[in-house]
Design a protein around this ligand. Structure first.
Ligand code: KIV
Ligand code: ZN
Length: 521
């Protein structure tokens, strides 16, 4: 039996998902929840990428008490210096140095020979080791790198002082058998008098990220890298909750265990979903809404007789709570605040009054208020725009020619109101046209999704939109919540436009990822 450490890169690789732009405050809240979940290392960001990224890594480094904090650095001294400045106050600091090693990256991206790559690894891993006791090295696109060269690369990094060797399947290309073989080969052939820990870092382009990660563990990997809910660019990274639960349920097969506090899994997943604006699909393994519902009569009958007939994961294992503190019309402020705490929903004292008022208005309309309603209520808050304006109301008129006229009312705390009128071919188009007139900025709607928060006719509607700031190419996800689908749509679109407005005003830094850097020079 061996222990597998977990490195979470939700705040670095996960943030590379289009539309995901965590604020510094959100990043710190996620990091605290990851620590509670039992994550051993957090890759908090890429400090050299932007002042915002630097600041988030610095604040997380100061906030963690048991979890190690790592920052990403290209094989460039100034990146390693930035990483050191951001992370030096961490209790357990780590630095993650990477360079691409596959033929296609060597030839087209880096324009470097094999020898130049080996030289860069030697120099920069040693430089990182002069500042950090613990250094991780990644050969980017490892799974498309010649195996004999990959061994040379890894041996060079180990000789230069790396402790963790991460093998990224950067483009989600490998298969479980192939990936397991890479780990067996490296573990057997890399020579060192120190303990070297190997880790998989899988992307999900072919839907094999979890299988590939587990194959690496079976072959001896001592740490795994991934993100919560599997967020990440393209098809995303491996979902860490799937790996943690698979190790728990199939410990007999993998002969490996982790320190993940499994009953914090759903809270962790909900928090990341809320801040990323990415809903967890209903059929998602481990944390999806349907993971514990049994539709067919045969299944229901079996589960009633003995849950183990069709349920290998109990809801309690991952922290799905039976409404232990049900809320309703008569619940007071104290019970409401207790519920927010039970659901690990972070909130400021100053926000409670507004949230409680929203809860009361919800309780007037809906008899049973579920945990999902409370989570949605907190997530669906309006984003304050610089002048304090938010969506207030809307009215729609159907015209004889089939078009719709929308009157959108925006208001602020001082009681000022602005009415904007616009037409559209349908209701949503008319509403969005009116909001566009209000903000007067160049945005493009990338996606629009509606979901019901709970079952039943009295369900609240949650609308998720992705909007692109055409001037900067940044995509922002935002959500809106209301009983009325059209009002929820308006709130989501106003929130997204507010993010764009804040970016244009310099209040939100433009997101920079390592892909924006053409090379490791
Ligand atoms: O997928 C990848 O190759 C990465 C590296 C930077 C580790 O994220
Ligand atoms: Zn990655």
């Amino acid at each position: 039996m061996h222990k597998v450490e977990f490195l979470d890169t939700t705040l670095r690789d996960g943030e590379q998902t289009p539309g995901v732009n965590f604020s510094v405050k959100e990043k710190v809240a996620i990091a605290k929840q990851l620590e509670k979940w039992g994550i051993s290392s957090i890759e908090a960001g890429f400090p050299a990428a932007s002042p915002d990224s630097f600041e988030a890594v610095k604040q997380i480094a100061q906030a963690m008490t048991t979890t190690a904090v790592s920052g990403l650095a290209r094989s460039v001294k100034s990146d390693i210096d930035a990483c050191y400045e951001a992370i030096k106050d961490a209790k357990f600091p780590q630095c993650h140095v990477f360079i691409a090693t596959s033929p296609i990256h060597r030839e087209f991206k880096l324009k470097k020979s094999k020898e130049e790559i080996l030289e860069a690894i030697k120099e920069h891993v040693a430089y990182a080791r002069s500042k950090f006791d613990v250094v991780e090295f990644s050969p980017e696109d490892a799974t498309r790198t010649e195996l004999d060269f990959l061994l040379e690369v890894v041996q060079t990094a180990v000789d230069a002082g790396a402790t963790y060797i991460n093998i990224p399947d950067t483009v989600g290309f490998t298969t479980p058998a192939e990936f397991g073989h890479i780990f067996e080969y490296l573990i057997e052939n890399v020579k060192s008098d120190r303990k070297i820990i190997f880790s998989p870092h899988c992307h999900d382009d072919l839907g094999m990220a979890t299988a590939n990660t587990l194959a690496a563990i079976k072959a001896g990997a001592g740490r795994v890298e991934g993100t919560v809910n599997g967020i990440g660019e393209r098809a995303g990274n491996v979902a860490l909750e799937e790996v943690a639960v698979a190790l728990n349920i199939r410990e007999d097969y993998f002969q490996a265990s982790s320190d993940i506090v499994l009953n914090e899994t759903v809270n962790t997943s909900e928090l990341v979903s809320r801040f990323s604006g990415i809903a967890v699909p209903k059929n998602k393994a481990v944390v999806g809404g349907n993971a514990f519902s049994h539709e067919s009569g045969i299944h229901q009958d079996g589960v009633l007789k003995n849950p183990l007939t069709y349920e290998i994961i109990t809801p309690e294992l991952v922290g799905v709570k039976k409404n232990s503190l049900p809320l309703g019309k008569l619940s007071g402020r104290h019970a409401f605040v207790e519920k927010l705490k039970e659901l690990a929903l972070d909130f400021e004292e100053s926000e409670i009054a507004a949230l409680f008022a929203k809860f009361k208005s919800l309780a007037d309309k809906k008899h049973d208020i579920t945990d999902a309603d409370i989570r949605a209520l907190v997530a669906g808050s309006s984003v304050e725009n610089p002048e304090g304006f938010h969506f207030k109301d809307l009215r729609l008129t159907s015209n004889e020619d089939g078009t719709i006229t929308a009157q959108v009312i925006m208001g602020n705390e001082d009681g000022e109101e602005v009415d904007i009128i616009a037409n559209g071919k349908g209701s949503v188009e008319a509403i969005f046209n009116a909001i566009d007139k209000f903000f007067n900025q160049t945005v493009k709607l990338d996606s629009y999704n509606i979901e019901a928060v709970t079952d039943g006719i009295d369900a609240q509607a949650r609308v998720l939109v992705s909007v692109e700031n055409v001037d900067t190419d940044t995509i922002f996800n935002a959500s809106g919540l209301d009983f009325d689908v059209l009002k929820a749509s308006a709130i989501a679109y106003v929130n997204a436009n507010t993010f764009v407005q804040k970016e244009n005003a310099g209040e939100i830094g433009h997101k920079v990822s390592e892909r924006d850097y053409p090379s490791n020079d």
